[in-house]
Design a binder for this molecule. Structure first.
Ligand code: SAM
Length: 214
């Protein structure tokens, strides 16, 4: 089992307890809703236990959540069934979903999605540029990439040290310390036009980038 899957499997059961749905959460859902339409086919990368996926589901045609953690996917399926949400499905994918290493997966056919959401996952990828190319391939022309990423590379030295220590002691997953400018360039290099890049909530410091497949 890959280290990242093991890390997230261990946290699956407790993951939801940490999700606080305050006013900022509602605003995040409103924002993504405004970028989508009610027949959109959406891929949610790194869906975890699907809290966000299941809150987006009522506003789109279909949503497909993928995650490396089998434990998270099991929880996601259970919650979708308990909540009677029928337009969401889930699958466990290889951590290296890039570049083109799952060409035979019929659920992940090239050009089949109107939008890809990737919340708090890009910094966890083994190959960020390769995965962005793969996500670009999965989108229809004009399709949207909607991301939120902690760009730890721009945080101060104290925070970076804390993250490094947490990784060292297994309290945090292995992360890529991306800077905002680097991430924007990688997204552009994968063939997207960056439409918006900003931090909506200074407390979370998540860089929200919306980009379009040209
Ligand atoms: C911090 S959680 C974010 C979950 C959710 N998107 C959210 O914002 O609440 C990161 C998730 O990404 C998953 N993950 C990590 N690397 C991944 C990869 N290469 N492909 C797919 N999922 C991955 C983890 O298993 C974990 O469930």
């Amino acid at each position: 089992m890959a280290a990242s899957e093991e890390f997230w499997n261990k946290r699956a059961e407790r993951y939801d307890a940490k999700t606080v749905k305050g006013p900022n959460y509602a605003k995040r859902i409103e924002r993504v809703k405004a970028w989508l339409h009610d027949t959109a086919v959406v891929l949610d990368v790194g869906c975890a236990s699907a809290e966000i996926t299941l809150d987006i589901a009522p506003h789109v045609g279909q949503i497909h959540g993928i995650d490396v953690s089998a434990g998270m996917i099991e929880l996601a399926r259970k919650k979708a069934s308990e909540r009677g949400i029928h337009n969401a499905r889930f699958s466990r994918t290889d951590p290296r979903i890039s570049p083109r290493n799952i060409p035979d997966d019929p659920d992940l056919a090239e050009g089949s999605f109107d939008a890809v959401t990737a919340y708090s996952v890009i910094h966890l990828l083994e190959d960020v540029p390769g995965t962005l190319v793969r996500l670009h391939d999965l989108l229809k022309p004009g399709g949207k990439l909607i991301t939120e990423t902690p760009c730890i590379g721009d945080w101060n030295i104290g925070w970076k040290m804390l993250v490094k220590l947490a990784m060292l002691f297994g309290m945090a997953p292995q992360v890529v310390m991306l800077k905002v400018a680097e991430l924007e360039s990688m997204i552009a290099d994968a063939g997207f036009e960056v439409m918006e890049s900003k931090v909506y909530n200074p407390k979370s410091r998540l860089q929200c980038i919306m980009a379009k497949k040209q």
